[in-house]
Design a protein around this ligand. Structure first.
Ligand code: PHE
Length: 461
């Protein structure tokens, strides 16, 4: 398999930032920030990103030191550590399918706005956005076919290995930022847009009252970990393709910074427009596919143009995440084959992984967020079920185990050796190790409790 390193730092950064930037930045962060104390939430989030930075640095270090797929990399940190890699691999296997379907939903809305722009019958053409969304959801076959299209695009990017990922992300991510800036320009120039900025940024310190601060930190932490693509096999796999001369700490800091920047910019693009047209703020699919589409429809013909731009940037955000979700699967299957003394061509690996991800994606497409009449595991729709298992359970356990192994077992000497490769210096060693050994594990436990409480509606805090 061509298992070559990323050729440039910029290519690596764009691939990693591309993984981090996804729907979590678009429909998760801005709404959570507005609904949980505005600027006060942002301060909590900044703290969570520092913890996220600690975890990301650890994952990149484990990845680069092993240079293999996630399970083998963990085995290299200790014979009995392979199970952490298995959790991470499982996490990725569960999450990828529904990410493919979400990409397909964004694709559908890009096409719907393009159709309106071209005056074609397949456009949304001023129709009611809520009715359009329901009609689309009830058509599982269409969603499944669009999911297939997204899987095929990802497959094509991945045939060329790291160089394919690098080439795609190098152009896609700057384009995404450009598109985002265009939408921001429009959104901020609408009369009444300042209410949206107030929703996002006005500090509400009362969220910290009583035990409220625990809730806010748990929410902000969950959002930060998911947004930074942590606790899965991703940063460990990308780390394995990072040149030995690269400064891991610096790269991790840049990834965290850009992911947060895009999340804030997404809020500035979305909420001023939502408020300017007098809509209620929302999060999740409702925000992306109903509220925002209503805003674009309200804008008239020019709205179709901005709708195209916005949903195209959402498609790009998701495709760059999809490649980062497929690649770890390819890497660990390749490892398993190598251990058995076999070699599987990259083409075959990419196709095999794609078929699997399409299958779970199609399940989610036909399930239509629980409206498709399929069996509902534990009473959840399939997307939430996969999300609960991966993001809610496997990811925190994996991340916790990683901090404990790195902080307590491998220790500062191991970490220093990896951080200072290629003549790099590591100035924040003491601060880093305190975070890794004590603060990060405790914090992950808090986030874990928050996720479980949230999913099962336990109302713990
Ligand atoms: N980080 C992405 C987001 O913010 C989601 C994602 C999670 C992508 C895990 C890949 C892996 O939306």
């Amino acid at each position: 398999m061509d298992n070559k390193n990323f050729k440039s730092r910029f290519g690596f950064l764009m691939a990693a930032v591309g993984s981090a930037v996804g729907v979590g930045n678009l429909w998760g962060f801005p709404y959570k920030m507005g609904a949980n104390g505005g600027f006060a939430f942002l301060l909590c989030y900044a703290f969570c990103v520092v913890i996220g930075y600690v975890i990301m640095t650890g994952e990149l270090a484990i990845g680069r030191s092993g240079g293999k797929g996630v399970i083998e990399n963990y085995k290299l940190t200790g014979k009995r550590n392979g199970w952490i890699g298995v959790l991470a691999a499982l996490s990725v296997l569960l999450i990828t399918g529904f990410c493919c379907t979400l990409t397909a939903y964004c694709m559908k809305y890009f096409l719907a706005n393009l159709g309106t722009l071209l005056n074609a019958s397949w456009g949304i053409n001023g129709g009611d956005a809520a009715a359009y969304w329901d009609a689309f959801l009830s058509n599982g076959l269409e969603a499944a076919l669009l999911t297939l299209l997204c899987v095929v695009i990802t497959m094509v990017i991945l045939f060329k290995g790291t160089s394919g990922i690098e080439k795609f992300c190098k152009y896609a991510m700057p384009l995404l930022v450009l598109l985002l800036l265009i939408v921001i320009g429009r959104s901020l120039s609408l009369p009444g847009s300042s209410a949206g900025l107030a929703f996002m940024f006005k500090p509400d310190w009362s969220v910290f009252q009583g035990t409220g601060w625990i809730t806010v930190f748990a929410r902000a932490g969950g959002q930060a970990f998911f947004s930074l693509s942590l606790g899965m096999a991703i940063m460990i796999t990308y780390g394995a393709y990072l040149n030995k001369t690269e400064n891991i700490g610096k790269n991790a800091a840049l990834i965290c910074f850009f992911d947060t920047l895009v999340a804030i910019l997404a809020g500035v693009a979305i909420f001023p427009a939502v408020f300017a047209f007098g809509h209620e703020p929302a999060g999740g699919t409702g925000l992306l596919f109903v509220t925002l589409q209503t805003v674009f429809t309200d804008m008239g013909m020019i709205g179709a143009f901005f709708g195209c731009i916005f949903y195209l940037l959402a498609v790009i955000a998701e495709l760059t995440s999809l490649v980062s979700l497929f690649e770890p699967q390819i890497a660990f299957i390749n490892d398993v084959a190598a251990i058995k003394g076999k070699t599987i061509s990259r083409t075959k690996l990419v196709i095999g992984v794609s078929i699997f991800n399409f299958a779970t994606g199609a399940l989610v497409a036909f399930d239509a967020l629980g409206k498709g009449g399929l069996i509902q595991p534990l009473g959840f729709c399939w997307m939430d079920f996969f999300d609960l298992f991966s993001e809610g359970i496997l990811m925190p356990i994996g991340a916790l185990a990683m901090t404990l192994i790195l902080g307590w077992k491998l220790g500062p000497k191991w970490m220093e050796a990896e951080m200072t490769q290629g003549g790099n210096t590591w100035k924040s060693k003491q601060f880093y190790m305190v975070c890794l050994k004590y603060i990060a594990p405790l914090f992950i436990l808090l986030v874990f409790a928050g996720q479980i409480s949230n999913f099962f509606g336990l109302g713990w805090f």
